[in-house]
Design a binder for this molecule. Structure first.
Ligand SMILES: Nc1ncnc2c1ncn2[C@@H]1O[C@H](COP(=O)(O)OP(=O)(O)OP(=O)(O)O)[C@@H](O)[C@H]1O
Length: 315
């Protein structure tokens, strides 16, 4: 049987006359990863702040872990964990001390607190740096510590607000694996992100937020079906080479002025090899080769008719 960990209906929020959320409906099933995808300023953090009781909504209702966000704030807070873009890590304390602080707040009995700290340091690969000040940690380590601190309270629902923004690709992958492990443990994750790839990698369902409204909602597959696929862009030295390539690459779209040919592709190593082999076979020279996969801009363009960077304009 499935049940909802988070539901929201008609959520509205404005700052003075600037409408940020204009009637948002959400339904997040227990034990799944739900991703709210949108560009900077779309209202992702505002949604998280409303659902986590940090901010009061102007209209609408929401329940988190079965509790009413407006009237049962205490119960909501004790069921959730929140890690934001601005970590709650104390820079002057070491990783171990930061965790110990959380343990103290949660009143663990006897030696249990110490066990929890050591377990989390090990789990997040922070043991070596445990006694160094958090100010010396890398961005990835800080995010891990922040999440570890959230886990001390054993929340069933975790809000991750842009957990990988600003991280290098390796730290991003580490964070993705951690998120997957959390869900395997039965935790529900509400994840905001501006990266299509991140939502695609992690989420069971994605809601795309644009100008205060959810403009699309579904599984990653359902959403990707709505957007143009990836392609390889080839640039040639002259029209003859370009035309030769068109003849041997079915489905390709040439632009004779820029000498560019777009070839639909999934961007995988195998299809790249096949493509290059084919050009080789016909002795066609390529000047430049670019792989382009659909990103958030493509999703926005396909779903909304404008790109992701357009600011919300309200009167
Ligand atoms: N306290 C506030 N007062 C006035 N405007 C605000 C306030 N907080 C947020 N906003 C505005 O509301 C809009 C949505 O902000 P929000 O932080 O929810 O966006 P976001 O999708 O989380 O983007 P980001 O990735 O930048 O955090 C932005 O245009 C922002 O400037």
């Amino acid at each position: 049987m499935t049940s909802s960990a988070i539901t929201a209906s008609g959520l509205k929020k404005a700052y003075k006359d600037k409408v940020v959320l204009d009637g948002i409906d959400l339904d997040v099933q227990t034990g799944t990863i739900f991703s709210l995808l949108g560009p900077n300023g779309a209202g992702k953090t505002t949604t998280v702040n409303l659902l986590t009781t940090l901010l009061k909504m102007d209209a609408g209702t929401a329940r988190v872990a079965g509790y009413d966000v407006a009237t049962e704030t205490k119960q909501v807070r004790s069921s959730i964990g929140v890690t934001g873009q601005f970590a709650s890590v104390d820079e002057l304390l070491s990783g171990r001390e930061n965790l110990q602080l959380m343990v103290d707040l949660h009143h663990f009995k006897g030696g249990e607190g110490k066990t929890v700290v050591e377990h989390l340091l090990r789990r997040f690969d922070l043991k070596e740096a445990a006694d160094k000040r958090a100010s010396t940690y890398s961005g990835g380590m800080r995010r891990k510590l922040d999440l570890a601190m959230t886990l001390v309270g054993r929340p069933r629902i975790i809000f991750l607000d842009e957990p990988t923004t600003g991280l290098d690709p390796r730290s991003r992958r580490t964070m993705w694996n951690i998120v997957r492990e959390l869900v395997a443990d039965g935790i529900t994750i509400f994840l905001t992100t501006q990266y299509l790839e991140e939502a695609d990698q992690l989420a069971d369902r994605i809601a795309v937020l644009d100008q205060g409204k959810v403009v699309a909602e579904g599984t990653p597959e359902q959403l990707k079906r709505k957007i143009p696929g990836g392609h390889v862009q080839l640039r040639f030295a002259d029209v003859a080479q370009l035309q030769a390539a068109v003849r041997v690459l079915p489905g390709s779209a040439p632009d004779e002025e820029s000498l560019i040919l777009r070839v639909p592709s999934d961007g995988g190593v195998k299809s790249m090899r096949t493509l290059l082999d084919r050009l080789d076979e016909y002795a066609i020279d390529v000047d430049e080769f670019t792989v382009r996969m659909p990103d958030l801009d493509d999703v926005f363009l396909a779903l909304t008719g404008h790109d992701a960077k357009t600011e919300v304009v309200t009167k």
